[in-house]
Design a protein around this ligand. Structure first.
Ligand code: GLN
Length: 304
């Protein structure tokens, strides 16, 4: 395995430096997670696997789930999806309200909270049992079916979810939310509460490294073009107002979550997932960013 030694070395190096940043304490349950958790897992398109540290521990994937809900909505609606939201980087924080008024309730992209709320609304309108069907979709992406919602985390976020409540109602006022805001928000909090491990996420995201096809059973989940477009959105919008910096320093398509996870994709090569709960000021994992920057620097390979 060509990455084994490199990953171990970089992991040890990042681990030996100060663990900076803060956990996402605005969600009370996330403040309870141990700051020193640190795991990484890589899964290559030629079936090599390697994990180090806490790569088999479950964590709250938070906004990483926005890629799964987008993939399912894209599969259901095709290009009509883009009548409801845009594909431009927002350059603002993940929970910002500021552009929505000028943009008349059309979120800039599916990875900011506003966009993910519209995606949740779309899934509610098009699926009979949205919560079960989204979970079944995610489970179908890899051989390991062990991914679940966390009622505790969903409830914890809901109890203080004033910003998302405001966002959802604001978008509804422009007519871009069809369902009752309470239903959309409950589903959104459930989606954010999904728990998985680095190892499982690398497998669940394999279809995006593999032109839309799952690695375990070769199912064409999305068309090649849809898969390319989701990777492009991860590249340009996956880290909110730090997406430019992630492209600049790491050079992969990726998506972060406030649980401290980052999934990064080198199309046709690998998926790499890192988890460390402390976040930088933009809400992205401090050690995750450090690790991935060192990784693509050492391999001298990125999508650029
Ligand atoms: N559930 C989180 C929120 O809405 C997701 C944010 C994130 O992971 N960036 O605030």
């Amino acid at each position: 395995m060509k990455y084994k030694e490199l990953i171990t070395q970089i992991f040890e190096k990042v681990h030996s430096t100060e663990n900076q940043g803060e956990k996402a304490s605005y969600i009370p349950e996330l403040a309870k997670v141990a700051s020193e958790n640190f795991g990484v897992h890589i899964s290559t398109t030629d079936s090599e696997q390697f994990g180090f540290g806490d790569f088999q521990d479950k964590f709250s994937i938070q906004s990483i789930s926005k890629v799964f809900s987008l993939a399912l909505a894209y599969k259901l609606l095709g290009e009509d999806l883009w009548n409801r939201l845009g594909v431009e980087p927002s350059g603002t924080g993940f929970n910002s309200l500021v552009q929505l008024e000028n943009d008349k309730g059309i979120p800039r992209n599916p990875f900011i909270n506003a966009g993910a709320l519209v995606i949740a609304d779309i899934l509610l309108s098009h699926l009979e049992n949205p919560k079960e069907e989204l979970l079944a979709f995610i489970r179908s992406l890899s051989a390991n079916k062990d991914i679940n919602y966390s009622t505790k985390i969903a409830y914890s976020e809901k109890s203080v979810g004033y910003r998302n409540i405001a966002l959802c109602n604001f978008i509804k006022s422009f007519g871009n939310i069809e369902n009752e805001p309470d239903k959309v928000l409950d589903f959104y909090f459930d989606i954010c509460s999904l728990e998985s491990t680095c190892e499982q996420l690398s497998a669940q995201f394999s279809f995006l490294a593999n032109n839309g096809k799952t690695a375990h059973d070769n199912t064409q989940v999305l068309t090649i073009s849809q898969s390319k477009r989701i990777n492009a959105l991860m590249q340009t919008c996956g880290f909110y107002d730090e997406s430019g910096e992630f492209a600049f320093k790491v050079g992969l398509a990726g998506k972060s979550g406030v649980g401290g996870g980052i999934v990064a994709i080198h199309p046709n090569q690998y998926v790499i997932t890192v988890w460390s709960p402390k976040l930088n000021a933009k809400g992205n994992s401090y050690r995750g960013m450090q690790f991935l920057e060192a990784f693509t620097t050492a391999t001298q390979q990125s999508i650029f």
